[in-house]
Design a protein around this ligand. Structure first.
Ligand code: FPP
Length: 249
């Protein structure tokens, strides 16, 4: 199988540059089905999914979108067959090792969010290295949710806040949305304006529950490995038709 060509895309004339989402989140669903439909093992779908993610990241960076967050592995994904979980962990590690140089050249800032301490030690090392090396880059903020669950993230934040209250560093009445936000894995990151989910399911699946309060949701039947530049273009055109009211009239 040949990798998809990665081109430096021109900004489409029918999109309004000043009405782009600042932050796009993606649920990359359909890798397994993509492979199965071709009589391939599911892992080939994940392999191909990496090429798609890479093209999307480059396209977002080129088009001036400031943040992209991808749901790579949920806390529920440990329930998959062991060989698929092991493949994914090795894939993340391999991709990080291989792509770090290009991410530096393309000025990408990478960050991982989730319960990272439970990941294999060798993957944690690559994660730490990639975050440290790219921390001063000024291009797109690329966040990878790995061993991530939205409810777990909120519980984790509550525990951290409770510890501060116990230690006398914070008063109960001082706890507000800003304090909670600062204790999320995503602290300091803007909220997603647009969530793209591939392969047709109309669910959030425990992804960025707090952060997604006002995100526009775009669901496409396209399977993740087929989500190319034209598909992103379609999602952005759809987004630009939306009127975002944030609860106001
Ligand atoms: C969902 O498809 C996809 C995943 C659980 C894994 C996605 C991970 C990648 C594309 C790799 C990203 C790599 C890095 C380093 C960021 P599925 O298996 O649920 O598909 P199905 O619904 O058709 O079964």
């Amino acid at each position: 199988m040949t990798a998809k060509p990665i081109v430096s895309p021109k900004f489409p004339a029918d999109l309004l540059q000043n009405r782009l989402p600042h932050h796009i989140a993606v649920i990359m669903d359909g890798n397994g089905r993509w492979a199965q439909r071709r009589g391939l093992p599911r892992i080939m779908g994940h392999q191909r999914g990496v090429d798609t993610l890479k093209s999307l990241l480059r396209c977002c960076n080129d088009w001036g979108i400031s943040a992209l967050t991808a749901y790579a592995f949920s806390t529920e994904n440990w329930g998959r067959p062991l060989e698929e979980v092991e493949f994914l962990m090795t894939l993340f590690e391999r991709v990080l090792r291989k792509e770090l140089k290009e991410m530096m050249e393309e000025n990408v800032r990478i960050r991982f969010v989730g319960n990272l301490a439970s990941l294999p030690a060798s993957l944690q090392e690559e994660i730490d290295r990639s975050m440290a090396d790219t921390q001063n880059n000024t291009g797109i903020q690329f966040t990878v949710a790995t061993n991530y669950g939205g409810r777990q993230e909120i519980v984790h934040a509550c525990q951290a806040i409770a510890q501060k209250v116990e230690a006398g560093l914070l008063k109960t009445e001082e706890i507000d949305e800003t304090v909670l936000e600062k204790h999320l894995y995503t602290a300091g990151l803007s909220y997603p304006d647009l969530l793209i989910r591939t392969s047709g399911e109309m669910r959030i699946s425990n992804f960025l529950l707090w952060q997604m309060a006002y995100a526009e949701i775009y669901v496409t039947p396209t399977l993740w490995p087929d989500f190319d530049q034209a598909e992103l273009h379609k999602a952005l055109l759809d987004y630009q038709q939306r009127e975002r009211r944030f609860g106001k009239i």
